[in-house]
Design a protein around this ligand. Structure first.
Ligand code: HEC
Length: 133
């Protein structure tokens, strides 16, 4: 009885480990469309927090730092591009002509992948929309 229970427990644990690994190892798809409505203040707030902790050391809104200033980024780039730069950083460094040319302009310092979820990246986009003038 107990051994049956243990076997069950082990196979469940094994299954969970394997499925977690399978999900984690899945390649992240490129973002092809971004739905945007009126600026959502709740998303802006969490995006601002993430920007402060994950991006501000390299990006100021108004001044060039390690990376370019980002205040009006939503006016000059498409939302899909912005999301992919943050969500699929390495892939974009290899494939996107604009992002590739920026890499050269910024002394070949490659922006590191911030390792955020798609939902988190979307809140950063919302924050960037809110700061544009
Ligand atoms: C270690 C420094 C660093 C960090 C941290 C960083 N970036 Fe970057 N970022 C760069 C650099 C440098 C570039 C210019 C392209 C390159 O060299 O890879 C860049 C480019 C970009 C661009 C493209 C700008 C354009 O004009 O097309 C966006 C958007 C961007 N970063 C957003 C972010 C966001 C949002 C975060 C936080 C989640 C972040 N970055 C974190 C260094 C950084």
């Amino acid at each position: 009885m107990i051994s049956k229970f243990l076997i069950g427990l082990f196979s469940l644990t094994g299954f969970l480990l394997i499925s977690t690994y399978a999900v984690a190892a899945q390649p992240k798809g490129m973002i092809t469309t971004v739905e945007m409505g009126p600026i959502n203040p709740v998303m802006v707030k969490s995006g601002k927090g993430l920007f402060t902790s994950k991006c501000a050391m390299c990006h100021d809104l108004d001044q060039k730092r390690v990376g370019p200033s980002l205040r009006n980024i939503t006016k000059v780039r498409k939302p899909e591009y912005i999301m992919n730069v943050i969500y699929n950083t390495v892939k974009m460094q290899k494939s996107d002509p604009i992002f590739k040319s920026l890499l050269v302009k910024f002394n070949n310092v490659p922006m590191p992948d911030p390792n955020l979820s798609k939902a988190q990246v979307r809140t950063i986009l919302e924050y960037l929309r809110s700061v544009a003038k």
